[in-house]
Design a protein around this ligand. Structure first.
Ligand SMILES: *Cc1c(COP(=O)(O)O)cnc(C)c1O
Length: 494
């Protein structure tokens, strides 16, 4: 199976090439031509452990790797890193189920994919006979940077540089990054906001390719964000994991459909659910949950995407996003029409909006349901779930929980409902504490302790000892210095 660009079918790449390239050369996203070659009988994985299940599903999606090769990559990527080898447990909460994706090394759901991506990248490099060192550049508003560094930490043949806005991330996120171990990782604050850091990184990519700044240096740049198919594929697995867990617990029979409610930002997580459905898992509705930045709710209801709207900073910051990159893959898979997608994306970048044809909207309505929930609603949901079910959920999960209730009310015929939980409540302790009716006091670390005292819910180990860990990264630079900073690091001893 060859992947192809969403904007030009003729730009093809094997799975290993797609992982190494990240983005297609025309700016499109590498996507499979159809699901024909990746479909399989889901009942064959229902009794597998998570590692074997990951191996099976990932070698379907990334066919350059045999099952034996993939088994080793999965083992190296995940063993000992998560709270359990099950990786992503599903727990009953009230009438719903919560799929906990945050039991990894940085307590964010991005760990599931970013534990695998570095392995997939180095294996792709070997397969293609590329000797260059891979230098990952990432701009982060907090979560992705830490999860990416943890994933790439001491992976041979790779280096990673993370830029974050100086003073623009939470105290916990700042401490998580500044204390990161590893000989090949580097974190640097940039004076400016997140957009400045992100624009700076994009400029570095184009300057390096235009002026061939790394030519002959044995280094090539790559990115760890969710446009990479190697980051998307590992996320498909937990949809199967949750389904199998519900079967094993006797909550559903094989063949019953399950509805999944997904707190959505860049549309990567929920797109992985669509992949699972098209690969043959009995998925009912995929419910797209947004916060006040509800561009996707409007789109999935009306077929009109319009990013020209106010940007809100919310208590679920990882979903504060107005351009959801991975949506492009869905539109391509639904239409198979690369010309149409190229045109829609052009309209989006030039006019800030586009509208999909009526037949595509009809398909979207069959597959998806969409809703949103503001900050007050999210805090109320945190309080209610705590009071009724004694389950403590984070702000992103709370958005999904609230939308799940909206969905069930509007669709009394719904299936079993799985709500995806994307972060530990201890990553957003102040808002969570308010949600359960307490007043936060002191700095973020104090608030974490306070939340623990009030609820008794254990603090994940990686967050509990943060305050006492040694700071290893102190660099702060101006925007204009980013390129020189990267070239300096690229030239440093391997
Ligand atoms: C990244 C993130 C999301 C959004 O996931 P997408 O794949 O971008 O839709 C939701 N919650 C948390 C905590 C995240 O870190």
């Amino acid at each position: 199976m060859q992947y192809q660009s969403t904007r030009d079918k003729n730009l093809k790449a094997s799975s290993a090439q797609a992982i190494l390239n990240g983005l297609a050369p025309d700016g499109g996203l590498y996507t499979m031509p159809s699901f024909d070659e990746v479909k399989f009988d889901y009942t064959t994985v229902l009794n597998m452990d998570t590692m074997s299940m990951s191996t099976k599903i990932l070698s379907k999606l990334l066919p350059d790797f045999s099952e034996a090769e993939m088994a080793k990559l999965v083992h190296d990527g995940y063993t000992g890193k998560f709270e359990t080898d099950h990786l992503t447990p599903t727990v009953p909460v009230g009438e719903n189920f919560i799929l906990e994706l945050f039991r990894g090394p940085t307590s964010a759901f991005k760990d599931v994919a970013l534990s695998m991506l570095p392995r997939l990248m180095t294996a792709s490099k070997e397969k293609l006979g590329v000797d260059d060192e891979i230098l990952i550049l990432t701009a982060t508003s907090g979560d992705t940077g830490k999860a990416a560094m943890e994933g790439f930490c001491d992976v041979t043949g790779t280096k990673i540089i993370v830029f974050y806005p100086h003073g623009g991330v939470s105290a916990v996120q700042q401490a998580q990054m500044a204390t990161q171990a590893g000989e090949n990782v580097c974190v640097c604050a940039v004076r400016g906001n997140f957009d400045d850091a992100q624009t700076g990184v994009k400029k570095i990519f184009s300057a390096v390719s235009k002026d061939q700044l790394l030519e002959g240096k044995g280094v090539r740049l790559s990115s760890a964000n969710s446009i990479n198919i190697g980051r998307l594929a590992p996320q498909v697995v937990y949809y199967y994991r949750a389904y199998a867990d519900l079967v094993q617990a006797g909550r559903i029979q094989p063949g019953d459909k399950v509805d999944y409610v997904v707190p959505t930002g860049n549309f990567g997580d929920i797109l992985a659910g669509y992949f699972a459905k098209e690969m043959g898992l009995p998925v009912g509705k995929l419910v797209c949950a947004s916060n006040a930045n509800n561009v996707l709710t409007d789109f999935l209801r009306t077929g009109r995407y319009d990013r020209r709207r106010p940007f809100y900073k919310t208590v679920s910051p990882s979903m504060d996003i107005l351009v959801s990159s991975n949506l492009e893959r869905l539109l391509y898979l639904l239409s198979g029409d690369d010309k149409l997608i190229a045109d829609l994306m052009k309209q989006l970048s030039e006019n800030g909006e586009y509208e999909v044809p009526a037949d595509m909207l009809e398909k979207l309505h069959e597959l998806f349901w969409a809703g949103f929930c503001g900050d007050e609603g999210a805090k109320t949901a945190i309080g209610k779930v705590w009071k009724d079910d004694h389950y403590l959920c984070d702000t992103h999960t709370a958005v999904a929980w609230d939308v799940a209730q909206q969905y069930k009310q509007a669709n009394p015929e719904h299936n079993a409902v799985v709500v995806l939980s994307t972060a530990s409540p201890y990553k957003f302790p102040a808002a969570v504490l308010e949600g359960i009716g307490e007043k936060a006091e002191g700095d973020e670390f104090d608030v974490m302790e306070q939340l623990h005292k009030v609820t008794g819910v254990p603090v994940p180990k990686n967050l509990a000892d943060l305050r006492s860990r040694a700071v290893r990264h102190r660099d702060v630079i101006d925007r204009g210095e980013m390129l020189d900073y990267v070239l300096g690091k690229a030239a440093a001893e391997k």
